[in-house]
Design a protein around this ligand. Structure first.
Ligand SMILES: [Zn+2]
Length: 302
């Protein structure tokens, strides 16, 4: 069977590699720091190859999946754009295949995480689900009838930049009022800073909330409510069985998801006569993208 399947998740600050068995069991993980964007595309490709080698050693894997934070084209050949990665409309799948000598699949990180949660995480056994990843911003994926939906250009599921507030807060993307300005790690920090008069980072706010601090609880209630309101629009569009919420901000659990569930139920029509999908935490944690990439390498990217 060779050396199983390797998945490598390429994020803004680190490259995380995993090896899974043919049955999907996680066997090894390794992390390398991301070279800065200024180091250029080839430095990132080399880091991906090195991180992959960290988890497979002498026995080459059957195939390699690459999960990347940004826009991947529908064919899985080109990485189009990611704010924190140096590739711009670049043929990344082939470049990494050439560099490693392995069969490679390339996919957007949120789609990979959704694939992993569906195969062996919170959405196991579910046919239609939404995955919403709340980190610095919002990532997302749509799974309908067991398939990750990519759309005409591979760009479906980019929920973070849906407009939530006309003429709202300015977003790094150049638009105003994007959902992630109200529901993300950055939003959590901003809401807390306004209430407290000083800056705390996301993990600090999380620790305070878990200790019962009222300001921190209010911050999570605020972004949780925005999570529910935005999710209601997505539920109206896609009618999922389940909504899975991952990403660092979701580590606080029901302090975020409770307000989200209430806002979701309050923002859907006909709730007395329909099923409102549950909002549950992702199970696979920070390795979800890499695991999903490895499983896509195993199953083929359809
Ligand atoms: Zn935006």
């Amino acid at each position: 069977m060779g050396g199983g399947y390797v998945g490598v998740d390429v994020g803004g600050t680190k490259v995380l590699a995993v090896r899974v068995s043919a049955t999907g069991v996680l066997e090894a993980t390794a992390t390398r720091p991301m070279p800065g964007v200024s180091a250029g595309p080839e430095a990132v490709e080399e880091t991906v190859a090195l991180a992959a080698r960290d988890v497979y050693g002498a026995t080459a894997p059957v195939a390699l999946g690459v999960s990347a934070a940004g826009l991947v084209d529908a064919a899985g050949e080109r990485f189009l754009f990611g704010a924190h990665l140096p590739w711009r409309d670049a043929p990344v799948r082939r470049a990494i295949a050439d560099r490693t000598g392995l069969s490679v699949v390339l996919e957007n990180d949120a789609n990979c995480a959704a694939y992993a949660e569906l195969a062996s995480g919170a959405a196991r056994g579910v046919r239609s689900a939404l995955l919403i990843t709340i980190g610095t911003g919002i990532g997302g994926a749509v799974v309908l009838d067991g398939r990750v939906i990519r759309g005409a250009h591979g760009l479906a599921g980019e929920f973070g930049h849906m407009q939530a507030v006309p003429d709202g807060l300015a977003c790094e993307c150049g638009l105003r009022g994007c959902w992630e300005q109200y529901c993300s790690g950055r939003a959590l920090e901003r809401v807390t800073r306004v209430a407290l008069g000083r800056h705390l980072d996301g993990p600090e706010v999380t620790a305070l909330a878990l200790a019962g601090d009222q300001v921190a609880l209010h911050s999570f209630a605020s972004i949780g409510t925005w999570l529910g309101v935005g999710t209601a629009a997505l539920v109206s569009a896609f009618d999922p069985e389940l909504v899975v919420v991952g990403g660092g901000v979701s580590a606080v659990g029901d302090l975020l998801l409770g307000p989200a569930r209430r806002a979701l139920a309050g923002s859907l029509q006909g709730t007395a006569y329909r099923s409102v999908p549950d909002v549950v935490p992702a199970l696979l944690g920070p390795e979800a993208g890499a695991i999903g990439a490895a499983l896509l390498a195993r199953d083929g990217r359809s």
